[in-house]
Write a protein that binds this ligand. Structure first.
Ligand SMILES: [Zn+2]
Length: 270
């Protein structure tokens, strides 16, 4: 599933090829994504030039003078730049044509979405209540500490709540908690200010490292028919249940928390 680093990598991979370009056409082969692709998209976009491309949480925001296209990759979505005339393959659902190239949306499972927001995109219902970006200066140990007082929810689910902070997916929550030495089942309200400072540092570290690794895949976003932007990572906890802890060699414990696989060390995390 594309997480924040893959979405950020997608943004960096595709935006240089479409920035400032004028939309010449929109082709929707399959409008049935998580929500229907707006049928008026062609009329809204043709003749408009792309003013900015950014990311909020896991939404890619392509801003035009008359509104913003919000693209979410869902479980299996990807975007790439291909020359106009490149035949569409199975699951290539939407093309946005920019001059000689087009931005192609591919999504086998169709849990992604392409939505249109006229006016201020930050007021869209899906964005309005999101917490701060994890790599921003707003996301600090002090912020998490204040936000978590009296919270009895476990720290892992608290950290994965997009109202608290956006884009800390399951892999990154597992990794950051392991590195910070905090047991994922601890109640969020019992964690000290100092521990939250350590946790925030680790969250920023694992996300930034992952985005940096994604940088090596940027050329995969142009041409070809590969699946761009999803990169293998070296993980210490996630996916290693039952394997020895890299710090103490004791087998890592695997449990389910809120339906999500959770791996931790009963010795190194408390
Ligand atoms: Zn250990």
């Amino acid at each position: 599933m594309p997480e924040l680093p893959e979405v950020e990598t997608t943004l960096r991979g595709v935006s240089p090829h479409i920035m400032g370009r004028v939309v010449a056409g929109v082709v929707v082969r399959e409008p049935r994504l998580r929500w229907p692709v707006p049928p008026e998209l062609h009329g809204l976009l043709v003749g408009q030039s792309l003013v900015s491309a950014s990311r909020r949480g896991k939404y890619l925001l392509l801003a035009f003078a008359n509104g913003t296209l919000m693209i979410h990759l869902g479980m299996s979505g990807s975007l790439r730049i291909v020359p106009v005339g490149t035949p569409a393959a199975l699951h290539d659902h939407v093309d946005i044509i920019f001059g000689r190239n087009l931005l192609r949306y591919h999504d086998p499972r169709r849990f992604g979405s392409i939505l249109w927001q006229p006016g201020d995109v930050t007021e869209h219902a899906l964005l309005a209540h999101l917490g701060p970006e994890p790599l921003s200066d707003e996301f600090t140990g002090e912020y998490l500490f204040q936000r978590s007082r009296k919270r009895t929810q476990n720290i892992k689910q608290f950290l994965m709540d997009s109202k608290v902070v956006v884009g800390v997916g399951n892999i990154y929550a597992n990794e950051a908690l392991f590195m910070a030495g905090i047991k994922p089942i601890r109640k969020a309200g019992t964690i000290t200010r100092r521990q939250y400072q350590a946790l925030v540092e680790r969250v920023k570290f694992v996300l930034a490292r992952s985005i940096e690794q994604g940088g090596t895949t940027l050329r995969d976003f142009v041409g070809g028919d590969g699946k761009p932007g999803y990169f293998k990572q070296q993980l210490l906890a996630y996916g290693r249940g039952g394997e020895p802890c890299v710090q103490c060699q004791k087998p890592l414990k695997e449990v389910r928390l809120g339906q999500r696989t959770t791996v931790y060390c009963t010795v190194c995390q408390s």
